[in-house]
Design a protein. Structure first.
Length: 297
């Protein structure tokens, strides 16, 4: 579904727009099932190894992972898009409604930028210090995690909650109307974050978003996510799309053509996506990974 002219105008002017109804339940269900199967498999393994005492087989998607994690934090290992790489996940990255919306912002030749994550944001009381700034991301722009080569490219961030995101369970916040100012310096201290003296003095908007909706953001829009004060897991995806044939800001990671009106045959399939990430991860395990984030200190 293309964004409405009003939504497109909000995106252009504010650098962020919440689209509360983008997906049907049928778009999300296969992905939720694939993730639930993954949690189930991990729970069974840990139970068999004696590392957890209860696999919580009957717990729903929103809470089961947290209950497993609480017993054994290794439950969270390799829980991200590039490690999971399942068919439903790939199918979702190429979802027609999603790409129609993206097309209305970046045009008909669409590249999936390699910066994409699945976040199972735990209840705050369970968040280990090592992943604090991955789950409670401090103020940053997406340009801060990309090389400068992507500055002129309209990379659009799409944040998709798999359970309704609210202030209670740690939804996102963003600073509207400042994207036009471009890239701001980021530092490593406190997790990749805008240098405090350069943080715009703009009142943030809280981006509550129901399941079925999505938040679209300019790569220069400062955003952060707030702690999850609920007892459920706030599952979400954050994806990035851009016009094909332009730098991604991650030249050492693969990018994938997911829609092409001029050459539909050229779009990537699940097997290719899977293989290219496998090859890339194997290569990066052998050699030092170049620095991905753009940090001034
Ligand atoms: O999901 C979150 O909590 C953070 C996501 C984020 O920082 C992003 O989409 O760039």
């Amino acid at each position: 579904m293309a964004l409405t002219p009003e939504q497109q105008a909000t995106f252009r002017e504010e650098g962020v727009v919440v689209v509360p109804r983008l997906f049907e339940e049928a778009d999300l269900a296969p992905l939720e099932e694939e993730l639930s199967d993954w949690v189930d498999g991990r729970a069974r393994e840990l139970l068999a190894d004696g590392r957890i005492s209860d696999a919580f087989e009957d717990a729903p998607f929103e809470t089961r992972y947290g209950k497993i994690f609480e017993q054994c934090p290794q439950a969270g290992l390799a829980l991200d898009i590039v490690f999971l790489r399942g068919p439903a996940l790939f199918e979702f990255l190429c979802n027609e409604r999603l790409l129609d919306a993206v097309e209305s912002l970046v045009g008909p030749e669409i590249l999936l930028n390699p910066i994409h994550h699945l976040r199972a944001k735990l209840p705050q009381r369970l968040v280990p210090a090592e992943v604090e700034t991955y789950l409670n991301v401090p103020w940053h722009q997406d340009s801060g995690v990309m090389w400068e080569e992507a500055d002129p490219v309209p990379v659009v961030g799409v944040w998709i909650p798999l359970v309704s995101a609210t202030p209670e369970n740690g939804c996102m916040q963003a600073m509207p109307g400042v994207a036009r100012g471009g890239h701001l310096p980021h530092q490593a201290e406190g997790g990749t974050t805008i240098v405090p003296e350069r943080l715009p003095q703009v009142a943030p908007v809280t981006l509550s978003c129901p399941r079925g909706g999505a938040v679209f953001q300019d790569k220069f829009t400062p955003h952060r996510s707030t702690p999850n004060r609920s007892e459920s897991v706030r599952w979400s995806l954050d994806l990035r799309y851009q016009p094909a044939g332009r730098p991604t800001g991650r030249p050492f990671h693969p990018a994938f053509l997911v829609r092409s009106r001029s050459d539909p045959e050229a779009v990537c399939d699940h097997a290719t996506w899977n293989l290219r990430w496998q090859e890339t991860l194997a290569r990066l395990a052998r050699e030092p990974e170049p620095r991905a984030h753009r940090l001034v200190r």
